[in-house]
Design a protein around this ligand. Structure first.
Ligand SMILES: Cc1ncc(COP(=O)(O)O)c(C=O)c1O
Length: 293
């Protein structure tokens, strides 16, 4: 069955889904994106994704291509037309098509593309198996809170991870603090048992999955710290994991080729994976979705 994409008001076969060469997304990476997980036929973290998208658009002064209600109708329609029960929806909004000039065009209609793709259903044993990660310098710009389509440093980092036989790369800043993964948020349980993920600022993208895990942890009475943690703390951590809409809660069992803890998924990580799945199945995603930077 052929895939269907939404491109600027039309549903078209994926193989014939094109945008103009002077779309500013293509020319300047002048746009933003969102990735929603679809879990058992339900969009996860809908409000959070909408709020974060609004934050990214406002930061770049890009207009919504349409109202939020018709926007969600289009998103759901792409999911329906592609028969996605488990998978993801990709949404990209750019400033639109204009003669090439760095400054914003006086008049431009923002452009919207939506695609959806099936993925294997969330599978706890696979997420529990654990992944290897490497650490690399964070060479990105200073507004990581904006979900910009300008992803070259992230792509270079992910490629470096792949070439090292790893699944993800955690980036560290000039203070030797871990910021986040190339497409995920970073978490550790320190040697002293403290659950830690970096606090929200311009230094990270505040993940919808991160927010859901924090809410699920709080609801279960678990304590955590939102603070910067160093590469050294990560190296000495008892447990580590990543969160994202596509990786959910995935255990990290090796960092820079050294085992994390005993080299298997930790107790806290396993608990948070269970809590997270129960939370999104009950609530549909994080409830508080207003802190992006
Ligand atoms: C840099 C970065 N950080 C964090 C995340 C996790 O965000 P979410 O949980 O909303 O998928 C992503 C996801 O793409 C990302 O690209």
């Amino acid at each position: 069955m052929s895939r269907i994409a939404y491109v600027n008001g039309q549903y078209v076969p994926h193989s014939r889904a094109f945008v103009h060469i002077e779309d500013r997304g293509y020319q300047f990476a002048d746009g933003v994106y969102e990735v929603f997980a679809v879990h058992h036929g339900r969009l996860i973290g809908q409000q959070g994704h909408l709020d974060r998208l609004a934050h990214s658009l406002a930061a770049l002064q890009i207009d919504w291509p349409m109202g939020k209600r018709p926007f969600m109708v289009a998103v759901n329609e792409v999911v329906r037309r592609n028969h996605v029960t488990n998978g993801l929806v990709y949404i990209q909004i750019t400033r639109g098509v204009a003669r090439r000039d760095h400054g914003f065009p006086a008049q431009c209609e923002s452009a919207l593309v939506i695609t959806a793709r099936k993925m294997p259903a969330l599978h706890k044993p696979t997420l529990s198996k654990g992944i290897n990660i490497i650490t690399i310098p964070d060479i990105r710009w200073k507004r990581k809170d904006i979900k910009s389509i300008s992803l070259l440093p992230n792509c270079l980092g992910k490629q470096q991870a792949r070439e090292a036989g790893a699944f993800e790369a955690w980036m560290y800043n000039e203070q030797d603090e871990i910021t986040e993964g190339t497409s995920s948020n970073a978490w550790i349980v320190t040697a002293d048992g403290e659950l830690v993920t970096r606090d929200v600022s311009h230094s990270i993208l505040n993940g919808i999955t991160r927010l859901a895990v924090l809410e699920a942890a709080a609801a279960a009475g678990l304590t955590f710290s939102e603070r910067a943690f160093s590469r050294q703390e990560a190296a000495e951590a008892k447990e580590a994991f990543i969160t994202s809409s596509t990786s959910h809660v995935k255990a990290v069992t090796r960092i820079d080729d050294a085992p994390v803890g005993n080299g298997h998924i930790g107790e806290m990580t396993a608990r948070l994976l269970d809590l997270y799945v129960a939370y999104i199945e009950e609530k549909g995603g994080p409830v508080k979705t207003d802190r992006w930077s």
